[in-house]
Ligand binder design. Structure first.
Ligand SMILES: *[C@@H]1O[C@H](CO)[C@@H](O)[C@H](O)[C@H]1NC(C)=O
Ligand SMILES: *[C@@H]1O[C@H](CO)[C@@H](O)[C@H](O)[C@H]1NC(C)=O
Ligand SMILES: *[C@@H]1O[C@H](CO)[C@@H](O)[C@H](O)[C@H]1NC(C)=O
Ligand SMILES: *[C@@H]1O[C@H](CO)[C@@H](O)[C@H](O)[C@H]1NC(C)=O
Ligand SMILES: *[C@@H]1O[C@H](CO)[C@@H](O)[C@H](O)[C@H]1NC(C)=O
Ligand SMILES: *[C@@H]1O[C@H](CO)[C@@H](O)[C@H](O)[C@H]1NC(C)=O
Ligand SMILES: *[C@@H]1O[C@H](CO)[C@@H](O)[C@H](O)[C@H]1NC(C)=O
Length: 506
């Protein structure tokens, strides 16, 4: 939309508010044990005037939920298909079955972009997608063009923010460049996108700056102003979002790509799973971000323009891989059953507005599972907690998290309950060798919620156990996973002979 340009904005100033609201996007990931019906989610999007979604896969139920809604959709070629997409024939089959089909059906799905891979150059993937991403991008766009969709549907590659950097001794956006180990690929990709009038897509997470660097200037992650801005010649940078965005602009210019539209593929703040992941900071972050977007503030290098963003994310995802951190399951503006977590004015006017939650949602009965008061065997309690937490999401129990203040018995109850709910309250799921019992009294207290999950229960097979020990899956499957620059970024930078501090400000 930025391509409409400054001029367009000036003449439509009266329509600005609705223009902005209409432009907002969200990421809709579905790595959950209990999935909200797509139609319910689409109604939520409409009720909150969210007009764009970004998906991480293509599944028919989701696509049919979006059909006829006119919501703009970014569909995705998952990382595990990138290699096969280097074959033009495979790419054209993928486009036919996964794009043409939905554009041509009645009612159609309003597909606007195809994301080719998801953060494929993440250092955690050890270069697995280094050689396939650019050919896959070319083949997908060519297939789109050949199928006659090229003018309307553009292929792009959502990339993580550690693809670019600045030298540690000149740590400013104007010195930005692409990471040396991927500079050839980045140059090819950027030029190709530019030539095809497709946007460059980048994910920006100021939360990671803080998570990764204890010494990071806290206020620089937010948008409320800071005492000592980062001076880049005569430009003062007051937040890491602008710093990262403008560093990317400079990196692009260094490979000869100017004025390419930039989309923020993911940006957001988690509400649990870390001491800095809570509702208060998320609200602060979003208030600043939405004000910036809603008022077309742009960045120092691209001032006064609308920035197209996809918030991350729409819903919590309780089965997401937590190797980057326990906060991974708590990125939602809404809980996984579609209830708003905090007030936020998506138009950026800063009003105290509650988002509209999911309607007609069927929940499991109001029953919980807790530790019996006469339970004694501590060894057994510990064993059963471990078992329960392998299936259910126990990340709120961590230090500084929403249930971090529970005593040992509270911990056990939380774990038993999360298992019981995850299993759809099915008979026998509140046993734990006789240590547990059902109750109709809600054990929640303060910020610690003993959540009830959506009905009906999942299919007979148990939900996927989380795998906290393993790294992100090599095949990139089921990844709406965040960039984790903090998690391998530093070692990568060291490998390149650069100081860790180089990732400090972005
Ligand atoms: C359509 O997309 C899905 C998900 O990415 C994939 O599994 C499937 O193979 C695709 N269909 C074709 C014909 O390529
Ligand atoms: C990518 O290509 C380079 C150069 O041809 C090769 O050395 C490397 O092993 C390839 N990487 C992968 C993951 O295929
Ligand atoms: C509950 O969460 C809010 C918002 O994050 C925080 O301000 C408050 O201190 C928390 N209360 C407790 C008891 O931890
Ligand atoms: C926002 O509104 C809610 C109720 O609608 C109220 O509880 C809350 O205190 C308000 N917050 C502010 C900052 O005014
Ligand atoms: C406690 O449970 C463990 C099994 O986890 C069992 O080996 C042990 O005998 C139990 N202790 C008592 C006192 O029942
Ligand atoms: C509760 O569980 C958390 C997470 O496993 C743990 O860090 C904490 O020490 C436990 N608290 C008690 C009192 O056992
Ligand atoms: C990347 O390499 C590391 C260390 O060699 C290994 O532990 C990890 O499993 C690898 N990850 C992938 C996705 O191949």
């Amino acid at each position: 939309m930025a391509r409409g340009g400054y001029f367009f904005l000036l003449i439509t100033i009266g329509l600005l508010a609705s223009y902005v609201v209409d432009g907002l996007g969200v990421n809709w990931g579905q790595i959950t044990t209990h999935i909200l019906p797509p139609k319910v989610v689409v109604q939520m999007l409409k009720d909150n005037k969210i007009s764009k979604v970004k998906l991480f896969e293509i599944d028919d139920a989701t696509m049919q939920g979006l059909a006829g809604s006119n919501i703009e959709v970014m569909v995705a070629v998952p990382n595990y298909l990138l290699n096969s997409m280097t074959n033009p024939k495979t790419a054209s089959q993928w486009v036919e079955k996964n794009v043409t089909k939905y554009l041509n059906q009645k009612p159609p799905v309003n597909i606007k972009y195809v994301a080719v891979g998801n953060e494929p150059f993440l250092a955690a993937y050890n270069g697995s997608f280094l050689n396939s991403t650019y050919p896959a991008l070319k083949n997908v766009q060519t297939a789109l063009n050949d199928a006659g969709h090229g003018d309307k549907v553009k292929a792009t590659v959502p990339l993580n923010a550690d693809i670019f950097m600045s030298p540690s001794n000149h740590y400013v956006p104007s010195a930005g460049y692409f990471r040396p180990d991927i500079s050839t690929q980045m140059s090819d990709i950027a030029k190709f996108l530019d030539k095809n009038k497709a946007p460059f897509t980048i994910n920006i997470y100021p939360f990671f700056n803080i998570y990764q660097n204890p010494g990071f200037p806290f206020d620089y992650a937010f948008f409320d102003g800071i005492k000592y801005p980062l001076m880049d010649d005569d430009i003062a940078y007051e937040n890491s979002f602008d710093g990262a965005y403008d560093t990317l602009i400079m990196a692009l210019e260094k490979v000869g790509v100017k004025n390419i539209p930039i989309i923020i593929g993911e940006v957001g703040w988690p509400t649990d799973g870390d001491k800095n992941a809570n509702v208060e900071l998320a609200e602060k972050f979003y208030r600043g971000l939405m004000k910036k977007i809603g008022n077309n503030m742009g960045t120092p290098l691209r001032p006064k323009q609308y920035i197209e963003v996809y918030l991350f994310g729409l819903l919590d995802e309780d089965a997401k891989d937590v190797s980057p951190g326990n906060f991974e399951r708590h990125w939602g503006l809404f809980t996984q059953d579609g209830q708003p977590k905090f007030p936020i004015d998506l138009t950026g006017k800063g009003r105290n507005i509650t988002l509209v939650g999911a309607k007609d949602v069927k929940m499991l009965p109001k029953k919980w599972c807790i530790l019996r008061s006469d339970a004694k065997n501590e060894t057994l309690i510990e064993e059963t907690i471990k078992y329960a937490c392998n299936y259910g999401d126990c990340t709120p129990l961590g230090m500084g998290c929403s249930c971090g203040n529970l005593d040992a018995a509270g911990n056990a109850s939380f774990a038993y309950n999360v298992y019981y709910q995850t299993m759809g309250q099915k008979a026998g799921s509140c046993g734990f060798s006789g240590l547990a019992m059902e109750t109709t009294k809600n054990p929640s207290s303060g910020n610690c919620t003993f959540a009830i999950r959506l009905a009906p229960p999942p299919t007979p097979s148990p939900p996927p156990a989380s795998a906290p020990e393993s790294g992100p899956p090599a095949d990139g499957k089921a990844q709406s996973s965040k960039s984790s620059a903090y998690y391998y970024g530093p070692s990568l930078l060291l490998l390149l002979g650069l100081e860790v501090v180089a990732s400090f400000f972005f």
